[in-house]
Ligand binder design. Structure first.
Ligand code: HEM
Ligand code: HEM
Length: 177
């Protein structure tokens, strides 16, 4: 069967780990306001966010070079449509959303220091209105992402345990014959 290559599988589960960690950090970090000074958790949030964009870019490249047709045996058209839309939204939110967070960080005069290795330049003027609004959109996007992850995981488990088809196994490491 023409399925996901091992890079696609490993990157898929790596992103799950990074995104769950990122939500944990986002919930624990202090609220970001006009007088916020970046501490460890805020820097970790920025660093993980940048790492996630980089890994997603590699994933998108891999996916475009080796497209995998959706394989949902006997599924109605609406199910396939929702699956494809969810997958595309994952790429969109995880590739575009972090830049909105970066704009908000710049508007709050916070430097984006990536794991103490490099410091990214600001992309918005201090207190720029558009960038403060981008921060709100960043938050809405990421909570939408959390809902989509819940739906996507529930769908995968439903396929595996109730429909007993190979959808979840497609994303798991191949078993030795
Ligand atoms: C895919 C990666 C990311 C995820 C899943 C994510 C998730 C979140 C979440 C859930 C919040 C809301 C926290 C709360 O309500 O308490 C938040 C806030 C924020 N994030 Fe991210 N984030 C990501 C990437 C980034 C990046 C790369 C940056 C900056 C370089 C960033 C900067 C911010 C800022 C500044 C806020 C506060 C926004 C505001 O109040 O205007 N985020 N993020
Ligand atoms: C951060 C969380 C997650 C994200 C962003 C995500 C993203 C994606 C994306 C974009 C695809 C399409 C294939 C690709 O481009 O690589 C996919 C496929 C898949 N995901 Fe996830 N996923 C997440 C979590 C999960 C979880 C928790 C499960 C299982 C419980 C799961 C199971 C699957 C399965 C089985 C497929 C293959 C569907 C098919 O094409 O037949 N994913 N995922």
């Amino acid at each position: 069967m023409h399925g996901y290559n091992s890079a696609a599988k490993w990157l898929h589960w790596l992103i799950l780990l990074l995104v769950l960690t990122q939500f944990g950090i986002a919930l624990l970090m202090p609220d970001i306001g006009p007088h916020t000074v970046a501490g460890t958790l805020i820097n970790l949030h920025f660093s993980f966010g940048v790492l996630i964009v980089l890994v997603m870019a590699v994933r998108l490249g891999n996916r475009l070079l080796r497209p995998v047709p959706l394989d949902l045996p006997g599924s109605p058209a609406w199910e396939r449509w929702i699956a494809v839309a969810t997958h595309r939204l994952f790429y969109f939110i995880l590739l575009v959303g972090p830049f909105l967070g970066w704009a908000s960080a710049s508007a709050h005069r916070l430097r984006v220091d990536v794991f103490g290795l490099i410091t990214l330049p600001g992309i918005a003027a201090p207190r720029a209105h558009w960038a403060l609004a981008a921060g709100d959109v960043h938050i809405y996007m990421m909570w939408t992402l959390a809902v989509l992850i819940g739906l996507h995981a529930a769908a995968a488990l439903y396929h595996h345990f109730l429909r007993n088809d190979g959808v979840l196994r497609r994303m798991l490491p191949a078993r030795a014959p």
